[in-house]
Design a protein around this ligand. Structure first.
Ligand SMILES: C[S@@+](CC[C@H](N)C(=O)[O-])C[C@H]1O[C@@H](n2cnc3c(N)ncnc32)[C@H](O)[C@@H]1O
Length: 395
């Protein structure tokens, strides 16, 4: 090697040590044995510290400690199972149905029903509209979810199997039910759950007595899990009568367009809580860097697909379990642009701010969310993160 080439190589190595390292350790096995291994959860924490301390500023230490602490669960009662004794049992544990409490909040504050309160304040985005539907949706909510009061970190016992072989309740992050409530499914609706596995939100949607539910998930293994969950909670006749159909399509290429009354896009995301606590299936694993970087593009494509699948006048709810603006607000804005410019579909953002008031006893909402709503974890109400935003396709 000539002197000049040697110097150039040295300069390249100094400028780009990672590339140099890749060249040196071409064999994957060597990567594993020679490079210091940073656990994915640790890397996730570093990443969140860098990004979320800017996004949330003074609030970040409180959210951080909550994310690292044990999360709270809710018990979604199985409407298809015999429930009287179950509800009594859960009440005896001092848990309560958070939806009944929310109804009381609405009832106790009649001014909430006033049109003025429901219409949005002059908003940071010109796309937001009046959102009366967010309140009336509670009156048609057919499911029940028990949670322990703020500050109470008790855990629910595992559910039992009833006489018909169905499980009595499903344990889930209760904040996951907020996107389902925002979707406001009415009896007789046809609903698409585009990213459905493992199926917590699918169960809640089914309890809303919809006419037809298409539950889809691209991952074959997760679709199997979805099947298992549905068969543990839903009577077989629902499948036989074709009221529930499970598929495993790529949601970005969903074929039916303009047909559903409601579409839920519960997109794959950095799953912030999971990424901090679990090594298995962690999106911050170094081998998944590309996949992680591509998440906003995938999320946008899924939301555009949801907007194409919903009928004119119908609603789409976009949700993630991440705190990231890149995966939340920015995805919604980009999807609205693409739906309009590439598919001629116009949609508007619905105002969900009444949720903050109605569910204040149970969840801790971020008050500065530019578009949509965000439940942020708090030690006294350790649910979430859960971001959700509702879009209505123009007629
Ligand atoms: C946040 S999880 C959904 C959780 C689920 N809705 C629930 O409440 O249990 C996101 C899901 O999206 C699925 N997914 C990822 N890419 C997809 C795609 N292109 N089309 C459809 N589903 C996809 C993943 O397999 C994963 O199960």
């Amino acid at each position: 090697m000539g002197l000049l080439s040697a110097v150039m190589l040295l300069v390249r190595r100094v400028q780009n040590p990672i590339v140099t390292c890749c060249r040196h350790y071409r064999v994957k096995k060597k990567w594993a044995t020679t490079l210091p291994h940073v656990a994915s959860s640790r890397f996730a924490l570093q990443y969140f510290d860098t990004n979320y301390s800017l996004q949330f500023q003074d609030l970040w230490p409180s959210i951080r400690i909550s994310l690292l602490s044990e999360q709270k669960y809710g018990a979604l009662l199985n409407n298809f199972s015999r429930q009287e004794m179950v509800a009594q049992h859960l009440t005896s544990l001092h848990s309560t149905d958070f939806l009944s409490e929310a109804r009381q909040v609405i009832g106790e504050s009649p001014e909430m029903m006033d049109e003025d309160r429901l219409s949005p304040e002059p908003s940071s985005t010109s796309m937001e509209e009046s959102g009366r539907d967010t309140v009336t949706s509670l009156s048609s909510t057919a499911f029940t979810c028990y949670t322990f009061p703020r500050g109470d970190i008790s855990r629910f016992p595992s559910p039992r199997v009833d006489m018909s072989g169905l499980l009595e309740y499903y344990l889930m992050d209760a904040a996951s039910l907020l996107p389902v409530l925002a979707l406001d499914v009415q009896p007789g609706h046809s609903v698409l759950d585009l990213c459905a596995a493992p199926g917590g939100k699918t169960l809640a949607l089914l309890m809303q007595n919809c006419r037809f539910l298409a539950a889809n998930d691209k991952s074959a293994s997760r679709t199997q899990r979805l099947h298992k969950v549905l068969h543990s909670f839903i009577p077989r006749h629902l499948f036989k009568e074709d009221r529930v159909r499970v598929t495993s399509w790529d949601g970005t290429e969903w074929p039916d367009q303009g047909v559903f009354d409601r579409v839920l896009v519960d997109a794959p995301c950095t799953a912030d809580r999971h990424s901090l606590l679990e090594e298995e299936n962690n999106i911050f694993h170094r081998m998944r860097m590309k996949e992680r970087q591509m998440l906003p593009a995938l999320q946008t494509a899924l939301l555009v697909s949801g907007l194409r699948a919903v009928a004119p006048g119908g609603d789409v709810v976009y949700a993630t379990c991440s705190l990231s603006q890149l995966q939340n607000e920015l995805v919604v804005e980009r999807a609205l642009d693409i739906a309009d410019s590439e598919h001629g579909i116009r949609a508007s953002i619905r105002d969900l701010r009444p949720f903050q008031e109605i569910f204040r006893n149970t969840f801790n909402f971020h008050t500065n969310c530019r578009i949509g709503e965000l439940v942020v974890p708090h030690l006294t109400a350790n649910f979430g993160p859960m971001y959700f935003c509702k879009l209505r396709r123009a007629c």
